[in-house]
Structure formats: structure tokens, C-alpha cells
Design a protein around this ligand. Structure first.
Ligand code: FE2
Length: 490
């Protein structure tokens, strides 16, 4: 706004600039479609959402002088309930031709006015250190969510690896607008306000049960566009690698009414190839490789197509450290989801190809298992689709020598449940009580070494070529667990 002189000391307000659209999501960074590390071919995505359209442009470059203009695309998708919703504008700009490990400045403008200026850093090449944070099961924008967002930001990570259920209750687009973006892309940094994480670093996630939260007539999980016309915000709000498989167990959708069919068609046009490619994907960062999988109860991980894709993904990477990330923990001693063990079907593949860590959520607690090997005895539970009764019995081999301090060479896969990222905590009475951390169906084997269910927390990984440090940080910033894993030079 400017004041124009009218003479005699009088001024009139003039509004030379057009008003900006109302934002339902301020600009945020995403990793985009890239999977492998390729010098000079790195890219980042800047995305944002508005209630009405505008003449947006994005510039970017290695300094604040920017220098390059990004192509801005827009799709519209429904957000909100059928009675009280609207088509929102989902913008996306690709920052391309970037170097690895490079700082990238970006500016989003509308009608010539700067909306937001920021910077991010592209993925580190092999041989460079990487710090990332991991947490899952965020909530409805509760205080605990804000605390975890703040603590995550204060760790100055290179990226976030969320373990799923990043939005409650149904993974709806409007829930992203209300509970996700305001917390993890907050303008103000603080334990009560959250942090501008999303505009600073890429945020990876995995699809989880709260993303596919309705049920069809056969009681299968489905995204029902008649009931929730803004379902599956995961596939439109996020921009993740697209190197995944054509899963034989895709995310199920349903629409029978004309309105539901229309909303589903709008969603599919907006999501494009991201549905279902973003259900299973992989990427690299520094010396680490991440295999991210859909573990929802409509997936049979003993299926040969799934097993082949996971095996091939782990074979072809030359990364020193291998992480597998999915929502439903295969080795978890909590009461709520103990029987959902179907992902145990993949464990022999993880062992064959040297997976170091598996990261999960779903249980709202922190659990660290000892390095373990596991031979499934039968796959009946893994094949019992759309049920929570999916026990997979088998033979354990637990590495009790590893302590993460003096003995840092692990024999087996370390499973971490980091689902204390915001939602109410499960089994608080089991905290500090190892008697509860075992189950008869697993021969009462004490494979879980740490179990914290009295505080919300997140996991911080520092990955170097031969050494990895893992710390668990609670919502107040205190360290509640830590280990080091070391590897000899190849
Ligand atoms: Fe969950």
C-alpha cells in the first residue's frame, strides 16, 4: 500500500498491487522424483497450495541473485468435505540441473511480489556425511507435534525420513492444510509453534494406515471418495521418488456416486504417476540408501513381485549403509499392533543384502531392538490380507554382544520403532519395565533393548562412511538413548 499526496497535507491510500491469493500451504520443499545420485542432474521441488489462482513465478540459483527461472505447473484438486470444500490450486516448480551437496536459493513470487525466499541443500554425494531425523505418527497439530517439529529443526538435519501416519485422521488433503503444514512449515520457530522444516529440507514419508482409512464392503482398507472427497493427500501434497514398482497391491480407491467419481477423477489427474509409484520407492543420500515400502494390511510382502523388487533394489545399490523404512513394525513388543507381523516375510532378503536399520512407526513409542536375524517358519500370516492377525513365527538369532558403545559391530538388522512423534503414547506403564518387552509367541526372546513410552521423541542419525551414530531425542530436547555402529573399510 502507498500513500498518494492530494495536497494540503491530505493523503489517499492507493493499492497499486493486486492482492495475493490465500495460501492453504505456504511454499515447501520436496525431494521430487530423483532416486539415484547423479552429479549435475539433481533437482528439488518447491510446491504450495492456494484457494484461488495467481500469476506465480519461481527463480532459483546458487546465490540470492538466483539466475534461473523454474517452470511452474498447477493442478486443482478438491479439499474439504463434500458439503464444505473447494477446489484448491496445487502448484509445483521443479528446480533442475543442480549439483549434489549444493546450497540452492529460491524465491516464489506472485504478480511480481515476493511471497517467500528460502534456501535448501541438495542431497550429499557418496563420501559426505549426512544427518537425518526420523519420526512417525504425528497427530492433529497437538503441542507434542510442535515440540517434535521444533526439536527436529534444532538438529539441523539434511532431510526428514518420516515413518508414516504423518497426518491424522484420514490422510485427507484438508488435514494436511490444517495439521501438517502449519506445524512443519511454521513461520515461527519454537516448541509451541513448530518450525519451518518443510521449506528448508526435503521431507520423505511412507504411506500408512491413516492414509487409507475407510473400509469397503469386504472390510478392506480403501480411500472412499464418496465419504472423503479429499482422500489421499499423500499422493498430491508430497513429491517423492518415482522409481517404485507397479505393486500388485495398489492403494484401493472407491467412488460410486457421481460426485465421488468426479472428485476421484480430479484426484487422479492431480496425482498422476505419483499414485501408486510413491507407495514403494528408494533413494540415496551420502553413503546411505533408503528403501521405502507400503506395509499396509492390503499388502502381501511374501508376494514374489514385491520380494523381487526389494531384493533387486538392495542388490544394485553400492551404498555403505542400508535403511528400510515402512510403517508397520515387524519386530515390536507393544500391545497395540504386535500381531501385525507380515513384514517379517522380507527379513531374509534384508539380511542377505546387509540392511543395517529398519525404521518403523505405528506403535506410538520408541523401541530399539538388538541386531537380529530371523528365519520365518511359514508365511500364512503374511498372506492373511486385510487382517490385523498376521503372526509370522520363526527362529531368532539375537546379537547380544553388540552394545553400541564398546562393541559397535552389529550382527544382524537393528529395528527401530520411532512412532512417538506426536500422537498419544501407547503402553506408558511398560516404560522402564523389561518384563513386558517380550511375547510367548516369540519364545519370550528379549530382542527389544530400549522401550520408551513416557515421552514423545524423534531419532537423529549421523551417517559417515565407516561410522553411524544414532540418538533418540525427547520432546524437551534431552537424549534418551544412543548407539554407534561401525563398519570396517571394504
Ligand atoms: Fe499407524
Amino acid at each position: 500500500m502507498a500513500l498518494s499526496p492530494l495536497g494540503s497535507g491530505l493523503f489517499a491510500a492507493t493499492n497499486a498491487r493486486k492482492r495475493l491469493p490465500i495460501f492453504s500451504a505456504l511454499p515447501y520443499l520436496q525431494p521430487g522424483a530423483n532416486s539415484k545420485l547423479q552429479a549435475g542432474q539433481e533437482s528439488l521441488v518447491v510446491a504450495w497450495q492456494t484457494l484461488d489462482g495467481g500469476d506465480f513465478s519461481v527463480s532459483y540459483g546458487p546465490s540470492k541473485a538466483m539466475g534461473k527461472a523454474a517452470n511452474v505447473r498447477v493442478v486443482r484438486r478438491w479439499s474439504g468435505s463434500m458439503e464444505d470444500g473447494e477446489l484448491r490450486w496445487n502448484y509445483v516448480a521443479n528446480l533442475e540441473g543442480l549439483s549434489l551437496g549444493a546450497k540452492v536459493f529460491y524465491r516464489v513470487s506472485c504478480d511480481g511480489q515476493t511471497v517467500l525466499e528460502g534456501y535448501g541443500t541438495t542431497r550429499q554425494p557418496r563420501g559426505e556425511k549426512v544427518r537425518f531425523v526420523s519420526f512417525g505418527d504425528n497427530s492433529f497439530g497437538d503441542l507434542s507435534d510442535h515440540q517434535i517439529a521444533y526439536q527436529a529443526y534444532m538438529q539441523n538435519p539434511d532431510f526428514v525420513m518420516n515413518t508414516g501416519d504423518n497426518v491424522y485422521d484420514g490422510g485427507l488433503d484438508d488435514e494436511y492444510a490444517r495439521f501438517f503444514f502449519p506445524v512443519y512449515n511454521s513461520d515461527v520457530v519454537g516448541p509451541h509453534t513448530g518450525a519451518p522444516l518443510l521449506r528448508s529440507v526435503p521431507f520423505y514419508s511412507v504411506i500408512a494406515n491413516h492414509d487409507v482409512h475407510d473400509k469397503d464392503a469386504q472390510k478392506r482398507p480403501v480411500a472412499d471418495f464418496d465419504i472423503n472427497p479429499d482422500s489421499l493427500g499423500y499422493y498430491t501434497a508430497l513429491h517423492l521418488p518415482l522409481n517404485g514398482l507397479d505393486s500388485p497391491f495398489p492403494t484401493l480407491v472407491k467412488a460410486e456416486t457421481d460426485e465421488g467419481k468426479q472428485k476421484l477423477a480430479q484426484f487422479q489427474a492431480a496425482a498422476g504417476a505419483r499414485m501408486n509409484r510413491m507407495a514403494n520407492y528408494s533413494f540415496d543420500a551420502g553413503d546411505a540408501h533408503f528403501t521405502c515400502l507400503d506395509s499396509n494390511i492390503y499388502v502381501d510382502p511374501s508376494d514374489q513381485t514385491i520380494q523381487n523388487w526389494v531384493e533387486n533394489d538392495l542388490v544394485v545399490t553400492d551404498a555403505r549403509w542400508k535403511f528400510v523404512v515402512y510403517h508397520h513394525p515387524a519386530f515390536n513388543v507393544g500391545a497395540e499392533h504386535y500381531t501385525e507381523q507380515h513384514m517379517r516375510a522380507l527379513h531374509p532378503i534384508f539380511e542377505r543384502h546387509g540392511v543395517d536399520f529398519v525404521l518403523n512407526g505405528h506403535e506410538h513409542s520408541y523401541q530399539r531392538a538388538r541386531p537380529l536375524r530371523f528365519a520365518p517358519q511359514n508365511m500364512d500370516g503374511a498372506k492373511n490380507l486385510n487382517s490385523k492377525k498376521r503372526l509370522v513365527p520363526g527362529a531368532f538369532s539375537v546379537d547380544r554382544h553388540f552394545d553400541g558403545r564398546k562393541n559397535t559391530r552389529s550382527e544382524g538388522v537393528i529395528h527401530i520403532v520411532t512412532g512417538a512423534g506426536g500422537k498419544h503414547l501407547y503402553d506408558p506403564e511398560w516404560n522402564g519395565n523389561p518384563e513386558h518387552w517380550k511375547w510367548p509367541a516369540d519364545g519370550n526372546i528379549e530382542y527389544v533393548e530400549q522401550f520408551r513410552s513416557d515421552v514423545h521423541s524423534l531419532t537423529v542419525f549421523d551417517v559417515d562412511t565407516h561410522r553411524l551414530a544414532m540418538r533418540q531425542i525427547d520432546q524437551w530436547g534431552d537424549e534418551i538413548d544412543s548407539i554407534v555402529v561401525e563398519k570396517a573399510a571394504k
